[in-house]
Design a protein around this ligand. Structure first.
Ligand code: ZN
Ligand code: ZN
Ligand code: ZN
Length: 261
């Protein structure tokens, strides 16, 4: 490592720890004095055979250069974002070209045919197309293989439903947390309501915001339900839920709730 200018005295210990704890190398005693050597295990040999040549991080020179760039960042001569973006591009590109190890099933993008790759997102693991950003196909992870995407929700009937805030029609949409009905007046009106099997779960009572008179909306928050103004973010009025109603707000009469197409 020293000869190749890789690692620092402070990182040598963790490098050795990784190599031994993952069983890439083992200790090997040899000679009269039972000198201890490190020898690659069959697993270590297999891994390097797959990575070397196709993967820059398995290349001493690449790693040496990366560390030189890191030193420059520390010295204020280079910007972190520039260096890391460059390394990430290289890595991304190489990962896309990596052969699939034997015994591991390869999954093709149903939209463009390129391989899918398991990625880590804010909401956990998901499968993304290696053709990204040209192809934006994604699928949820289903125990290590691409799962089914939630089907497009369908309205239960031809009935149309009007937005209780602006009276424009509501439209059924697919969101991260499932189907919901959103106002077609979006972004001027951002009213939305849960879907109940193809029918908007419109409240039978409307609670006008005491600050802007738009309806309050019941939200299932992490700490339980609460009511937020549908005028959010322009109006940030929010109150606690009290037995299914916004605390301290009197219901108004519902008008224009639904009509037949
Ligand atoms: Zn694709
Ligand atoms: Zn609306
Ligand atoms: Zn409001």
């Amino acid at each position: 490592l020293e000869d190749s200018e890789i690692g620092r005295p402070s990182t040598y210990a963790s490098i050795m720890e990784t190599l031994t704890s993952r069983h890439y190398v083992r200790e090997h005693k040899e000679g009269k004095g039972k000198q201890v050597y490190l020898a690659p295990t069959p697993l270590g040999e297999k891994i390097i055979a797959v990575l070397a040549g196709g993967f820059s991080f398995a290349d001493y020179e690449f790693t040496r250069q990366v560390e030189a760039h890191l030193d420059k960042i520390a010295a204020g001569e280079e910007r972190y974002i520039d260096v890391v973006a460059r390394i990430n591009d290289t890595l991304d590109n190489e990962l896309g070209k990596m052969p699939t190890p034997e015994g591991v099933e390869q999954h093709e993008c149903p939209e463009c045919g390129k391989p899918l790759r398991l990625r880590n997102g804010k909401r956990g693991a998901f499968w993304g197309c290696t053709g990204y950003p040209d192809c934006k196909y994604t699928a949820p992870d289903d125990g290590g293989k691409p799962g089914q995407r939630a089907p497009e929700p369908k309205p239960a009937s031809d009935k149309t439903y009007d937005c209780p805030v602006c009276s424009k029609p509501l439209r059924l949409r697919n969101g991260q947390r499932g189907a919901f009905w959103g106002c077609t007046g979006y972004p001027d009106c951002n009213y939305l309501v849960d879907d109940n099997q193809g029918v908007p779960a419109l409240p039978d009572k409307i609670y006008p915001c005491p600050e802007c008179s738009k309806p309050m909306r019941r939200i299932n928050g992490r700490k339980g339900p609460f009511w937020s103004c549908s005028g959010y973010p322009a109006c940030r009025h929010a109150v606690n839920d009290l037995n299914g109603a916004p605390e301290g707000i009197v219901a108004a009469q519902v008008k224009n709730q639904q009509k037949t197409a």
